[in-house]
Ligand binder design. Structure first.
Ligand SMILES: Cc1cc2nc3c(=O)[nH]c(=O)nc-3n(C[C@H](O)[C@H](O)[C@H](O)COP(=O)(O)OP(=O)(O)OC[C@H]3O[C@@H](n4cnc5c(N)ncnc54)[C@H](O)[C@@H]3O)c2cc1C
Length: 320
């Protein structure tokens, strides 16, 4: 059976299971954990031709309001949660509008955009521990959230529900340069911006910079932005493309680093960088897994050779 993924790579899997109720979790009793691929919408994975194991899809699709938090099923589409929050006057995640994917995958790489990360709104996560075969609820600290990272990358847990606490009042975060420039250019006054206006603005910025994966196959940013010790490098060549993180660390723009070595790359006809964003790689329709990995390795090694900076691939690579 084919595995759907936004990069448009032709990938098949031996087996699929769908978790619709807690009793479906008994399927894990007889499955080898090492040959499991938990998948949401497939917008952050690069897949080999054949996954010799079981693809797991969590189909919990409810949003429930409890006394202390909003509990959201892993299968809920991220865009639906954004809309739910806008309608129900729950504030904080407007800057994360238009990130494709499912709610269950959002904590895995601690999705972030325009100065906001989802970890700030997660109270706890209900999951199935694949090692102990038991249900567990991890609180925010136990999730070990960092920049594009969390404990879920270890693959010991199937996320079933994410429990959020959103803000009760609207305190927009507008300082991220691309966002503040957009608001200025469009004469949108920070003091009168509404949650809907902020969400729509983010959507407009993203549409101008990122290709729609439903039309143009891609997985968003192909590399994380590296965070380096400020004093370890002379970063003058990245002026305007680096952001002070405080605590002696600086985040560098991977897009800019790629632009600086692009002419040294040998890019197959099947792949290309998106014209408005060098961090986004596009599958022209018939790219193979090997071509993608080869290009990513080329980029990594050229940037390391030239600038002594190590890039980390953002999507998960699943070779078999
Ligand atoms: C155009 C575009 C723009 C993007 N912009 C951003 C952005 O601004 N910021 C950002 O952070 N990301 C961005 N992304 C990446 C992607 O949208 C997010 O990582 C998203 O959360 C992935 O959701 P998904 O359901 O497609 O996950 P998948 O690709 O299906 O899975 C991603 C990872 O999560 C794991 N996973 C999925 N579901 C579960 C579960 N229930 N339990 C345990 N593990 C699970 C998978 O095993 C895999 O390791 C972008 C992608 C695209 C294509």
């Amino acid at each position: 059976m084919m595995i759907s993924n936004s990069f448009g790579l032709e990938a098949k899997a031996q087996n699929f299971i769908h978790i619709k109720t807690l009793s479906d979790l008994s399927a894990f009793d007889s499955i080898d954990n090492k040959r499991l691929l938990i998948l949401g919408a497939g917008t952050n994975v690069i897949l080999g031709d054949y996954f010799n194991g079981t693809v797991v899809e969590v189909c919990f699709n409810d949003i429930e309001i409890n006394d202390d938090y909003i509990s959201v099923g892993a299968g809920v589409d991220w865009a639906d949660l954004i809309e739910y929050c806008l309608i129900n006057k729950l504030y904080g995640i407007e800057n994360l509008t238009h990130i494709p994917g499912s709610v269950g995958a959002a904590p895995v790489q601690n999705i972030g955009a325009y100065g906001v990360e989802i970890s700030s709104f997660i109270n706890s996560i209900e999951c199935f521990n694949l090692k102990t075969k038991r249900l567990e609820t991890l609180n925010n600290d136990q999730c070990e959230f960092k920049y594009r990272d969390s404990i879920f990358k270890l693959k010991d847990f199937v996320i079933l529900k994410v429990n959020f606490i959103f803000n009760e009042s609207f305190k927009p975060i507008l300082s991220y340069p691309a966002l503040s420039n957009f608001l200025k250019d469009n004469a949108i006054d920070a003091s009168s911006i509404t949650p809907r206006m902020l969400s729509e603005s983010v959507k407009e910025i993203r549409n101008s910079k990122l290709p729609d994966p439903k039309i143009t196959p891609n997985v968003g940013s192909i590399f994380k932005n590296p965070i380096v010790r400020t004093n370890d490098f002379d970063h003058a060549f990245l002026d305007g493309h680096r952001w002070d993180q405080g605590d002696e660390y600086t985040k560098l723009s991977s897009a800019r680093l790629i632009e600086l070595i692009k002419s040294d790359l040998s890019i197959p006809d099947t792949l290309q960088f998106y014209e408005h964003h060098s961090l986004v790689l596009i599958n022209n329709g018939s790219a193979s897994f090997d071509e993608v990995i080869n290009l990513l390795n080329q980029i990594k090694s050229k940037i390391y050779e030239k600038f002594n900076i190590e890039l980390e691939i953002e999507p998960e690579i699943i070779s078999s």
